[in-house]
Design a protein around this ligand. Structure first.
Ligand code: ADP
Ligand code: MG
Length: 225
């Protein structure tokens, strides 16, 4: 049985159908790039997989659990403890330094911070942002902010790491850097990785290529030039 099983997933906002019946199986620990033109439903799919929103129709099973059976409180717990999110723009809180930002999900989830601080320091060293931990987000460059953001997303070793245009705001050098960091860390943490990107070079970093069009997953994916 696949780790993530999506069946006939539909989502409409009034008359607009963002997802038109997506069915796909995703395997544990695998890495997927999702491409597709603007408006094809990529973000909507990620939000539903991460429990940030609920489908209009269809089902999502993750690790044998049907997300539709979770109440709002259980869903919040699922998001906090099992899903990491990385968006195009960081959502670091401006009033906290970076270390406190990174530790926030653990604090919210009531998770013991035991070794967490030293794990964060190790990750920061690996991602070359040790010098940023005591700084505030606005004092960092875009590339540094995104790396701190990634550390926060991974702080609780999520089973699923969902990234929506994580390099959309970065130059090509920083984009490749962030793509390689996501790839390596997801592998180390055993997280299943989904990266939405419009950047074909970034997408090719990941083993599996998915394409969306008009709210559907294109199967099989078109051959690349
Ligand atoms: P993508 O990420 O591929 O650009 P989205 O998933 O953001 O696409 O959006 C798919 C479609 O759903 C678009 O037509 C978009 O305008 C619409 N949509 C997405 N979110 C909302 C929302 N909260 N309210 C209304 N329409 C939405
Ligand atoms: Mg989007």
């Amino acid at each position: 049985m696949s780790f993530i099983q999506v069946q006939n997933l539909k989502k409409n906002f009034g008359k607009v159908f963002a997802l038109n019946g997506v069915s796909i199986n995703l395997e544990a620990g695998e890495q997927y790039a999702i491409q597709g033109s603007s408006g094809s439903g990529k973000s909507t799919l990620l939000y539903l997989l991460g429990g940030l929103d609920r489908p209009s129709e269809g089902s999502i099973e993750i690790d044998g659990r049907d997300l539709s059976k979770l109440n709002d409180e259980e869903m919040a717990k699922f998001r906090n403890s099992e899903v990491g999110f990385v968006f195009q723009f960081h959502f670091l809180l401006p009033s906290m330094n970076c270390m406190d930002n990174i530790l926030l999900p653990a604090k919210i989830g009531g998770v013991s911070q035991g070794n967490l601080k030293s794990e964060v320091e190790n990750l920061a060293e690996r991602l070359k942002v040790s010098h940023c931990l005591k700084k505030y987000p606005f004092e960092l460059s875009g590339g540094e902010q995104q790396r701190v953001n990634i550390i926060r997303a991974l702080s609780l070793k999520p089973k699923i790491l969902l990234c929506d245009e994580p390099t959309g705001n970065l130059d090509s050098e920083n984009s490749m850097n962030v793509a390689q960091i996501l790839k390596a860390l997801a592998l180390d943490f055993g997280s299943t990785l989904l990266v939405v990107t419009h950047d074909n070079i970034v997408a090719k970093e990941f083993a599996n290529q998915l394409f969306m069009k008009d709210g559907l997953m294109q199967m099989p994916p078109p051959a690349l030039p």
